[in-house]
Design a protein around this ligand. Structure first.
Ligand SMILES: [Zn+2]
Length: 291
């Protein structure tokens, strides 16, 4: 249990650290975060904090927010919502516990309903992330209504973290999906601490949901097809790297031959294709699928 806790904390620190590095790499500093609000569809909006996004929904009765991202971002959102909508925030839905998405939720103060997976609550209780404590949890699915909107929450299983949920908002048919799918971009670096078969299953659960518009935690607003495209990329990469390694080739050989040319137009292809192959090879060996 203790080892697992350390592992989870490290995951958070890694993700937060990489976000800060990414921000400083573009010449920005933490105090000058790039922040914006854009409409996704109907009453569904999303807000941006550098490379992270979270949706919020303006209902007849109040506003349903999701990941706070961090306390500075959440305080900024709080003041923007007060200026633009003059409605109370009634609910907060957390996608998963990772600190680069879930931290800072205490900025809303008490009194709102905080919804998350039961494992997210356990991670927060363990001190993995500092945010508002969930007041309602789900284990598999949950549906709630607020101000004329329906919110369908679905647990995605273990893969990218063990507590990730997707949220579909109706009538807009928008899905908020964090980290399992980043549209039109190759997967993050070398699949750090990711169970790749679990990740593929998570994406299949997303594909099985009924929605049209994909509002991701990273990257542009997209469509359901983008989840399928991401799964196919990972499946092709897995098959190609497996074939190379089983043929006795080295990882460097695989990097030379597995070019994934169909994906040259995707974001981070030049930077992360090689890392994707290294991560896939490492995971195939660690999981015993190749020698
Ligand atoms: Zn995450």
């Amino acid at each position: 249990m203790h080892i697992r806790r350390i592992f989870l904390n490290f995951t958070c620190a890694f993700l937060v650290g990489s976000a800060v590095l990414a921000a400083s790499g573009s010449g920005a500093v933490a105090q000058d975060a790039k922040r914006a609000i854009e409409q996704v569809a109907g009453d569904v909006y999303r807000f941006q904090n550098n490379f992270h996004y979270a949706v919020f929904v303006v209902t007849e009765d109040g506003i349903v927010v999701t990941d706070p991202i961090n306390s500075d971002a959440d305080n900024w959102l709080k003041s923007e919502l007060a200026k633009r909508f003059n409605k109370p925030v009634t609910h907060m839905v957390l996608s998963h516990f990772h600190g680069d998405h879930a931290s800072g939720g205490e900025a809303w103060g008490g009194g709102l309903t905080v919804i998350a997976h039961e494992k997210t609550k356990a991670h927060i209780a363990d001190g993995a992330t500092t945010t508002a404590m969930p007041t309602k949890t789900l284990s598999d699915t949950m549906m709630f209504k607020a101000g004329g909107k329906s919110f369908e929450l679905t647990y995605l299983g273990e893969g990218h973290s063990d507590d990730l949920i997707a949220m579909v908002v109706r009538p807009e048919n928008v899905a908020f999906v964090v980290d399992a799918v980043s549209p039109k971009r190759v997967p993050y670096r070398d699949f750090p601490r990711t169970d790749i078969d679990g990740l593929l299953k998570q994406i299949k659960v997303v594909e099985g949901l009924d929605f049209e518009i994909l509002a991701p935690g990273h990257g542009p607003i997209a469509a359901k097809q983008d989840a399928t495209d991401m799964r196919e990329y990972i499946e092709k990469l897995k098959a190609a790297v497996t074939a190379e390694l089983k043929a006795g080739k080295s990882v460097d050989d695989a990097i030379a031959s597995v070019t994934m040319d169909d994906y040259k137009g995707w974001g981070a292809y030049d930077r992360w294709r090689e890392l994707n192959i290294r991560g896939m090879a490492r995971w195939l060996k660690e999981s015993g699928q190749v020698q």
